[in-house]
Ligand binder design. Structure first.
Ligand SMILES: [Zn+2]
Length: 318
């Protein structure tokens, strides 16, 4: 009997590592997540990853398949040719210069490709998500930070030395607050989840209202739904900040779709529409005439799906 060709996809984050087994078309046959042990030594993080790959190899047998390749998503700048991290990444302290491909290939003898997690997200959304079939797509992921992915002419654009696509560090204010990256007035300082929470808190204090113990973007959007003025004002502010950033993106790239992903994007259509309107107020008309701003479709699975499709496409090309 012929065994099915299967691919492994892993998506390493600061809290969880998501892992899956799937087909070349990105359909997942099994997926799960476990703590990523991001506060441990690098060797322990790898040991954890190896155990998950062993688990998936077992699954492959049950599925009567054969694993052909591994795709891996990681935060940070990734040297795509070498499959290793360039320097450090803030949420996984020990991950500095991690030789991801080297370690996995020497342990499992399976060809492995590694990419930045936001690159995999734009790749997955363009291959089979909300921007399916589009060749020029930009993705922004809104969360604790703001990540960016760029697809040009159907290919992920990684920069000359793999350090591009940092859309969260586009400045929208030359005179703004200093960012952790060293820049000034980065969009991340205005529209990340912590920045939204801080803005909301300030408005509540100004209005002499109490600050909820469980303040988060979830409570913020809930309260906006209940028509609370401070919550609505915060969301309107954020839409102006993001609309400014999107106008820059539209003018520079003229993409077919800008995908908004990450936790905050779950806030829904009203938020996305406000961002879209602000972008159109600022961008050059030809840049946005055919442009759609859409919420991501693949959610938390985008990284795993992107990793699997990357592995399959690279394996077929090698
Ligand atoms: Zn920055």
């Amino acid at each position: 009997m012929k065994l099915k060709d299967l691919y492994i996809g892993l998506d390493l984050g600061g809290t969880f590592i998501k892992y899956a087994i799937g087909m070349a078309d990105g359909s997942l046959l099994y997926h799960n997540k476990k703590p990523s042990l991001s506060d441990r030594e690098q060797s322990e993080i790898f040991y954890n990853i190896f155990a998950l790959i062993e688990e998936l190899k077992q699954k492959a047998k049950e599925l009567q398949g054969e694993i052909k390749a591994i795709g891996f998503g990681s935060p940070g700048a990734i040297n795509f040719d070498e499959g290793r991290l360039i320097g450090s990444t803030p949420n996984i302290k020990s991950w500095t210069d991690a030789d991801i491909r080297g370690k996995i290939e020497s342990k499992f003898n399976l060809p492995t490709w590694v990419d930045n997690d936001a690159n995999l997200m734009v790749f997955a959304e363009a291959r089979q998500g909300i921007a399916k079939g589009e060749k020029n797509v930009i993705a922004l992921t809104l969360g604790t930070g703001i990540g960016g992915g760029i697809l040009i002419n159907n290919q992920v654009y990684r920069g000359d030395h793999f350090a591009g696509s940092e859309l969260g560090h586009m400045s929208i204010n030359f005179d703004g607050p200093r960012c952790d990256c060293g820049g000034i007035g980065c969009i991340e300082q205005y529209a990340s989840a912590p920045a939204m929470e801080k803005n909301y808190e300030k408005k509540l204090i100004m209005a002499n209202k109490s600050i909820p113990d469980d303040l988060s973007t979830v409570t913020l959007f809930e309260r906006a739904g209940e028509r609370e003025k401070e919550a609505i004002d915060t969301i309107n502010d954020t839409a102006v900040y993001l609309g400014t950033a999107l106008a820059n993106i539209a003018n520079i790239f003229n993409p077919a779709v800008i995908v908004i992903g990450g936790g905050v994007s779950a806030a829904g259509k009203i938020f996305i529409n406000k961002i879209d309107a602000e972008m159109r107020r600022r961008a050059m008309p030809p840049s946005v005439r055919h442009l759609k701003v859409l919420a991501a479709k693949l959610g938390n699975s985008a990284g795993m799906i992107g990793a699997i499709r990357l592995a399959a496409e690279m394996y077929a090309k090698r």
